[in-house]
Design a binder for this molecule. Structure first.
Ligand code: ZN
Length: 291
């Protein structure tokens, strides 16, 4: 699983940062979380847009979705035919309909829009937990949850059961095999199942409690728009300290801070993170994390 940060600025682009977008690569598939203006330009040479199967929008503030029409146009020009799924909070269908009818846009593939709020989206090999957050407008966060994986295959044990040659393929396919009258199941010859990895993305929010499924996330990507609570000035955003507390509450070993305010230098943010967290990284555009 590889996470590529395509935009890490809050509100507006700067010389070093574009607005919000994160591409999560998983087995040849890409799930894009948010798609601020200029996201497709950020993708060049780093993210194959043809592989994007889903765009998960956290909310409809401009810096999180205005890159969608341009990206869709490019996908269409590149001959995309397979459908694209777009998820977002209540209101998404109306907003996207406006976007897609805002000019002579001719998208040559199906755009399947689904409004989500507090639910689980089952996908192949993983699910996406959608949960409400607190941002003053309909807004959600997302957790990418990999399915539990089969334990490691124990070849020695399999041999002891008398399994050899083509019998492996049969066992793999049917989940069980009979050897000299004895039934051997796949579980008999594999170790304990491995818990899948979890990547949680907060989107824009004031501190909230995250759903239980996010417990034990491998990575929490949390917005940290402010350092001091005074700077927040009534807006629906979080501070570095609050992001650290969220990471602690879900026992995430790694916290990545994003949606960063241009008033702070990265060093300032990192110092604040080091003060409150054991393992926090201040994101920058094109940061890649392999988990
Ligand atoms: Zn926002």
């Amino acid at each position: 699983m590889r996470i590529v940060f395509l935009g890490t600025a809050s509100s507006k682009p700067t010389t070093d940062r574009n607005v919000s977008s994160i591409a999560l690569h998983y087995r040849g598939d890409i799930v894009l979380f948010d798609c601020g203006e200029g996201t497709q330009r950020q993708m060049v040479r780093r993210v194959k847009q043809s592989r994007i199967s889903k765009i998960c929008v956290t909310h409809f503030h401009g810096d999180h979705y205005l890159g969608i029409p341009g990206l869709l146009m490019t996908m269409s020009l590149n001959g995309r035919r397979r459908p694209l799924y777009i998820y977002g909070p209540p209101g998404t269908a109306t907003f996207l309909s406006h976007l897609l009818h805002s000019g002579y846009m001719d998208v040559g593939f199906d755009v399947r829009v689904e409004e989500v709020y507090d639910t689980m989206i089952p996908c192949k090999g993983y699910s996406i937990r959608v949960f409400p957050v607190d941002h003053g407008v309909p807004a959600v966060g997302y957790a990418f949850i990999e399915d539990t994986r089969r334990g490691t295959f124990d070849r020695k044990k399999a041999h002891e059961f008398g399994i050899h040659g083509e019998m492996f393929a049969e066992l793999e396919k049917k989940g069980e095999i009979t050897v000299d009258g004895t039934k051997v199941t796949l579980q008999d010859v594999t170790g304990p199942p491995k818990k899948g990895k979890i990547v949680t993305y907060s989107g824009d929010t004031r501190p909230v409690s995250f759903p239980p499924e996010t417990k034990g996330s491998s990575v929490l990507i949390h917005e940290a728009t402010f350092i001091s609570p005074e700077d927040r000035d009534g807006t629906y955003h979080s501070t570095v300290k609050e992001a650290c507390e969220a990471a602690r509450s879900m026992e995430a070993p790694l916290l990545v801070l994003t949606h960063l305010n241009s008033r702070y230098e990265p060093e300032q943010l990192q110092r604040a993170a080091d003060e409150h967290c054991d393992d926090a990284v201040v994101a920058y555009d094109f940061l890649e994390i392999e988990i």
